[in-house]
Design a protein around this ligand. Sequence first.
Ligand code: SF4
Ligand code: SF4
Length: 284
Amino acid sequence: MALKLMPLWTLYGLARGRATTRWRGQGDEPGQAGLLGMPRFDPAKCQDGCRDCAQACLPGAIRLVAGDDGVERVKVDYGRCVVCQLCVDACPTGALTASQDWAFASRSREDLVWSRAALSEEGATLEREIRRVFGRSLHIRHVDAGSCNGCESELQALSNPYYNLHRLGVFFTASPRFADLLLVTGPVTYAMRGPLLEAFEAMPQPRFVMAAGTCAVSGGTNGGGYACGNGLEGVLPVDLYLPGCPPSPPAIIHALLMLLRRVPQRVRGGRIPPGEPPAAGRHA
Ligand code: SF4
Ligand code: SF4
């Protein structure tokens, strides 16, 4: 009878000795085995005149854009991707393939767009400044700016015993006055724009903004509709972009540690370069 009344997490902890993953500490698995991430793109396999992927992509993450030579080529913007995998199913040549690239946070919007040139990171000065100001801890004020609550559900999982975000020195706060980071979810509806700006204004300097989820990055499937613009674009300066619909808890953790310069950015020019170490592993 006592066992029946025991919460699931207590039972899990008793059975395993501990419930919390050591991931990002000692290389344990992040609990995301088999989770599909952003599809990989290989333009060398594209067929001339094929637009199957672009037609399958509901949020417009894939478009055909004419180059200087007048030839239309596929352009992939992962900041608009909702990870539905429909392009992978539609592509007849394997130019788009499924991947487990779920840790897809970026400090610049440009790095989320597939490009031949690998973009560079900010210099060491900014890195030192962020370490000086924040040390190794971070306080977050979350604002739901019109989300479907999918992103919130993943945010909530950060505080469960498995991810146990506090062990990494990252905390949510109810007041923007104590916050270092404004974490925004949802496509930023016109109704939420005012309260969002008020929260930002109430934060002490230096303050940072994170667009969490494809909606906040670009508007996602809702972007440009009657009720909203294109996420945080043109609303607030964004320091950290994390697409995904929704982004998984370890993807959010990876992004937050990236902001604190405790892990490096993995995405360059819209892809994770070959040879890049997996997202799991020891953090600085
Ligand atoms: S996985 Fe992303 S790029 Fe592919 S169809 Fe879905 S939204 Fe578009
Ligand atoms: S990114 Fe996806 S899960 Fe998050 S608010 Fe938008 S639709 Fe919902």
